[in-house]
Design a protein around this ligand. Structure first.
Ligand SMILES: [Zn+2]
Length: 220
């Protein structure tokens, strides 16, 4: 994908938090903001405003992803800025320990990936992000739903009547697609790097593909 040669990722800026997370995950991770500081980060699991009602990440948690994902996000951000919009990241790399807590809190097999099944959540491999649009003044723009809204309104295909929401969603989807991401049928905010399978151990990728079925049937 073209985004991979957009810029050189430097690992020199890794913080202790990244090293800790990377050691836990045994995968390379970068701070997304170190690749593009203009991307806004608001990790919903770092506060109470999430489906569990309490913070799941320690204070100061960074939005981490594989370097290839961060590079593609920078491409998306550059495109959006032409139209006076930007990306806001709601979640990125998610440790398996947090996925277990989400699974326990929800037990909603339709939306939350069972950490013991397939590859678990692709967030835990650093290959998926949850993202929305904001305007150039970092203000939210109208989108179909809030984060982790597990209702039909959160489906990828917007069926509402608001032309502004339709326009914003279309811009986000088109931008992320062109930057090298797949979307998810049930969650408009969830994006996975298109070649995610190559970043998982072959056996895990195979099991994940069997669970997901298609690119559109992965889970949170
Ligand atoms: Zn997600």
């Amino acid at each position: 994908m073209r985004c991979f040669n957009v810029r050189l990722i430097t690992f020199a800026v890794m913080t202790a938090a990244i090293k800790s997370a990377a050691a836990q995950a045994a995968i390379p991770l970068v701070d997304i903001k170190s690749v593009d500081p203009t991307i806004l980060v608001e990790l919903r699991y770092a506060g109470r405003h999430n489906l569990t009602g309490h913070p799941l990440y320690p204070p100061g948690t960074l939005a981490l992803s594989r370097p290839e994902v961060a590079s593609c996000l920078a491409v998306a951000q550059a495109f959006l800025r032409r139209y006076q919009y930007r990306l806001k990241i709601w979640d990125a790399y998610r440790p398996s320990s947090v996925q277990v807590k989400l699974w326990q809190a929800s037990h909603n097999n339709d939306y939350v990936a069972d950490p013991e099944t397939g590859a678990g959540s692709l967030h835990s491999w650093g290959v998926a992000v949850d993202a929305t649009l904001i305007d150039t003044w970092n203000r939210p723009v109208s989108m179909p739903t809030d984060f982790d809204d597990f209702t039909p309104a959160a489906m990828w295909h917007y069926v509402g009547a608001d032309p502004a929401i339709r326009s914003h969603l279309h811009l986000l989807q088109r931008t992320m697609r062109d930057a090298g991401f797949y979307g998810l049928r049930t969650e408009w905010w969830h994006f996975t790097i298109a070649d995610w399978q190559k970043y998982l151990p072959p056996e895990r990728a195979k099991r994940a593909a069997q669970v997901f079925g298609t690119h559109w049937q992965g889970k949170l």
